[in-house]
Design a protein around this ligand. Structure first.
Ligand SMILES: *[C@@H]1O[C@H](CO)[C@@H](O)[C@H](O)[C@H]1NC(C)=O
Length: 380
């Protein structure tokens, strides 16, 4: 005990002497003090380190642009928009908090994607976060129409100064429940002038007719039927659209047959046992056909991933893809022209304290943005 105290005192004194010496050196030459403070405006160095946990919450710290204001003279290539709509759910609510939660989950979304070979945040492309679509949460029909109109405006926005040819931005939507896919697809098909090949990652088909839920006009829309309406409205490319990850129970035995008649192909979660991840990828490419021909939209219901990795969602189904499988399947689409993507059904009240569902959603969007930027880089 005695010798321990002596050593501690000796060490403490040494430190004091050392600190004193520093102080004197700085006082003699105050400019050399790296911590000197004065009242001038701080000079922000271009690549100065900003901690991930700081700043106002936009997706991956992207600049916020008020995309729907009049006279916004901002050009952009990839836009993120939130759609906090969750009045179409059939079970647990909470997806209205998805956009803000995914943005929080994206705090550390940054840097070079070594699997794709690109840093989507340092490239030819300008990425922005448009914030959330303003819509009424009190009337589903009105809200769906508002979402469609705001999305159409974003995709067909007027020319901005310096821009000579209108360019349709690529769009990343943060849901919201899966109902929001319908108004977004209406806007997509119109902006691109043709039906879109939709790759729908989900544990559920989402092509159930309104009758399956006993809903009657005019409120025909919920999160279990956006693709029923989309197919009947001619928004999806018949035969080159698909569901991936299907595993929920069905309402009726012939639900798969009805789904195929609407123009979809089905890849089940359990197909992974028979053909593996690469077999699933090969099947997806076979369905999509010529990669130079397809306009592809990715719609990701987070419940496609196993609940062990994505508990924060409203209608969980056990037995889904693991995250590494999901990320590999998504990355396999890097050679396709992606017109847009969404991640929907993130319901943060059911997430865990580590926020794994929201962080996963942000990670999947990071893969998608990387592919969009890489594909654009190779096309230019
Ligand atoms: C899709 O194409 C198939 C085969 O040509 C046809 O039988 C089916 O009616 C089409 N579905 C839709 C929704 O157009």
């Amino acid at each position: 005990m005695f010798s321990y105290s002596i050593v501690s005192i000796a060490l403490a004194s040494l430190c004091l002497i050392k600190a004193d010496a520093h102080q004197v050196a700085y006082q003699q030459n105050s400019q050399a003090d790296p911590f000197a403070v004065n009242s001038k405006r701080p000079v922000l160095e271009k690549d100065s380190y900003v901690p991930s946990f700081a700043g106002i919450s936009t997706f991956a710290h992207l600049p916020y642009v008020q995309c729907w204001e009049e006279n916004v003279a901002e050009d952009y290539d990839i836009a993120v928009m939130g759609v906090p709509y969750d009045i179409g759910v059939t079970f647990r609510t909470g997806a209205r908090f998805g956009p803000s939660s995914i943005r929080l989950g994206s705090m550390r979304t940054k840097g070079y994607n070594s699997e794709i070979g690109v840093n989507p945040f340092r490239s030819w492309a300008k990425l922005v976060d448009c914030g959330d679509i303003p819509f009424t949460p009190f009337d589903s029909l009105q809200a769906i129409n508002q979402i469609e109109q705001y999305t159409k405006y974003l995709l067909n926005r007027p020319l901005v100064p310096g821009q000579s040819v209108p360019k349709i931005p690529q769009l990343v939507t943060l849901g919201g429940d899966h109902t929001v896919l319908l108004p977004v697809l209406r806007a997509m098909a119109e902006a691109h002038g043709r039906p879109i090949s939709v790759i729908h990652f989900d544990s559920h088909l989402d092509t159930w007719s309104p009758e399956a839920y006993g809903i009657k006009p005019p409120s025909l829309f919920n999160h279990g039927n956006p693709l029923y309406h989309a197919a009947r409205e001619g928004l999806i490319a018949n035969g080159t659209s698909m569901h991936v990850g299907i595993r929920s129970s069905l309402y009726e035995e012939d639900d798969f047959a009805k789904d195929e008649a609407l123009g979809f192909r089905i890849i089940k979660a359990n197909d992974i046992f028979d053909i593996g991840v690469d077999g699933i990828i090969a099947r997806m490419k076979e369905i999509l056909g010529d990669k130079n021909d397809a306009l592809v939209y990715l719609s990701i219901d987070i419940d496609v991933v196993d609940p062990s990795a994505a508990p924060g969602t409203g209608t969980i189904e056990s037995g889904g893809f693991l995250v590494r499988e999901m990320r590999r399947i998504i990355r396999s689409l890097r050679d396709y022209q992606l017109v847009g993507a969404d991640v929907v059904e993130v319901s943060p009240p059911y997430d865990n304290p580590a926020q794994i569902t929201s962080i996963l959603a942000a990670d999947l969007i990071y893969e998608i943005m990387s592919m969009m930027v890489k594909h654009g880089e190779e096309a230019n």
